[in-house]
Design a protein around this ligand. Structure first.
Ligand SMILES: [Zn+2]
Length: 468
């Protein structure tokens, strides 16, 4: 009976898992030596929610219509997307329909917890007061009795109280691995897909404390060894987990994107105001999130949603509720904005490696409300800040609280099991390859028309996605 276990380590980068911390991670280092591994190219954008949704469905963010945590509905406003917004079946649906038992644990987005042929658990977007965080109800009752309340995340990780964050980080990771081991032992699923948010939270809170290459790193700081301690702890949790699965199980250890030091942020809406593309009804008295009611739409041609990248939207006549940009003005305006963003210098006046891209050039399809332009500032070294009233174009930090890390293009792929033994380093595996790989492992036929290829036996890795 084919079995597969996916261990998703959110935000785990090759530089830490394959190099810097390889010595304190004997279990994952052994899996790499004995099986297959590679740098796993993430989606555009390399952001948690679209990336895991793409990995689990085999569809890119354009096909899914998920361009970030928040997405546009009918008007100008963006709202947080949920599991209901994933309109394609995910790998556990196909495997369940083939008569096998599945477990989908904490995989974003999975609130509400999806009904599956087995068990499922809500992801980190599960509201604190959610009545239902697990499927089916008897599974939720068992978890509450044995492990207490649902702990899908590290609460308040963008804050200054680092000792509390550290304690919550280790405790909540242990909680989730205990739940995972309970599921493996008691439910014995054929396919288990588990995501651990801890590495992402470690990076956002502590990257500058443990990464010697971070510009804000201070040698001898009290959190200098927290990275090594956490990754060693994670490796031990994985080792204890693998002891519970049958020897011929295919084990995949993957991440949704990588991590790199955050050098600062670009206030993208401030730039659009300064250059006359965005007009506010009144100047804000201090930093404020940009909401549609603040904008004078009768004069606004473009505005942006911030985050790891900027999503720039044009105010197009007939498409937006109060659009003013005529259809034939769209292309020249996009070209003008591309030049504006790509020529913006760094705070020191040096050129930045900024790239502005059209969704139609990057995705196979675009559903929902794609931006008109996707802007990655300085090759993801700098974040896009969406707030207005910041008083500058360049800022040294995030506009939402302390943060040390930005997402990076490459995550990790490690695989062990009969179809991977002795394969070694893979060239160019892509996140979209994970879905067809899992279906092949499980002996379930794969839907046609996918961008990804199965990586089993070291095959595939024929990238059809453009390089960033
Ligand atoms: Zn992530």
């Amino acid at each position: 009976m084919p079995r597969a276990l996916v261990l998703g380590l959110d935000c785990a980068p090759p530089a830490l898992v394959f190099d810097r911390f390889a010595g304190v991670m004997p279990c994952l280092s052994r899996l790499r030596r004995e099986g297959a591994f590679g740098r796993l190219r993430s989606t555009e954008p390399p952001i948690t929610m679209p990336a895991w949704a793409s990995m689990a469905s085999g569809r890119d963010p354009g096909e899914l219509g998920l361009y970030g945590f928040r997405n546009r509905g009918e008007g100008y406003a963006l709202t947080i997307s949920t599991a209901r917004d994933v309109k394609f079946k995910r790998v556990w649906d196909y495997v369940g329909e083939a008569g096998k038992k599945v477990a989908a644990l904490y995989v974003p987005p999975s609130y509400p917890p999806p009904p599956v042929r087995g068990v499922s658990l809500g992801c980190f977007l599960t509201p604190d007061d959610a009545e239902r965080f697990a499927f089916p109800p008897r599974f939720q009752r068992t978890l509450l009795e044995r492990f207490g309340p649902h702990r899908p995340d590290v609460p308040g990780f963008r804050a200054d109280d680092l000792p509390r964050i550290e304690a919550e980080l280790f405790a909540s990771t242990r909680h989730r691995f205990e739940v995972l081991r309970h599921v493996l032992a008691e439910e014995a699923p054929d396919l288990t897909f588990f995501v651990e948010m801890g590495p992402d939270r470690l990076h956002h809170a502590f990257f500058h404390h443990f990464d010697v290459d971070h510009p804000r790193f201070v040698p001898g700081n009290p959190f200098e060894d927290v990275g090594a301690r956490y990754y060693a702890f994670l490796d031990a949790e994985i080792e204890a987990t693998l002891a519970l699965v049958p020897e011929d199980t295919h084990v995949l250890v993957v991440s949704d994107h990588g991590a790199k030091p955050m050098l600062g942020g670009v206030a993208v809406n401030e730039l659009l105001v300064r250059e006359g593309y965005l007009h506010l009804k009144e100047a804000p008295s201090g930093p404020a999130a940009l909401v549609p009611a603040m904008i004078d739409w009768s004069r606004t041609r473009a505005w942006a949603e911030g985050g790891y990248y900027a999503r720039v939207f044009l105010n197009v006549k007939g498409r937006e509720p109060e659009g003013i940009v005529a259809t034939d003005e769209v292309e020249p305006l996009v070209a003008e904005l591309t030049r504006l963003f790509e020529s913006l210098p760094s705070p020191e006046g040096a050129p930045m490696k900024t790239s502005a891209r059209r969704p139609r050039d990057r995705y196979r399809k675009t559903r929902g409300h794609p931006p008109d332009l996707m802007v990655y500032f300085d090759d993801l070294n700098r974040r896009a800040l969406g707030k207005v009233g910041l008083g500058a174009i360049h800022l040294p930090s995030d506009d939402r609280g302390p943060d040390a890390c930005n997402h990076d293009w490459d995550g990790i792929f490690i695989a062990k099991g009969p179809g991977f033994d002795g394969v070694g380093e893979l060239r160019g595996p892509h996140l979209l390859d994970v879905f067809p790989t899992l279906l092949e492992v499980m002996g379930v036929s794969c839907p046609g028309g996918l961008a990804g290829r199965s990586l089993l036996r070291g095959a595939g890795a024929a990238m059809t996605m453009p390089d960033p």
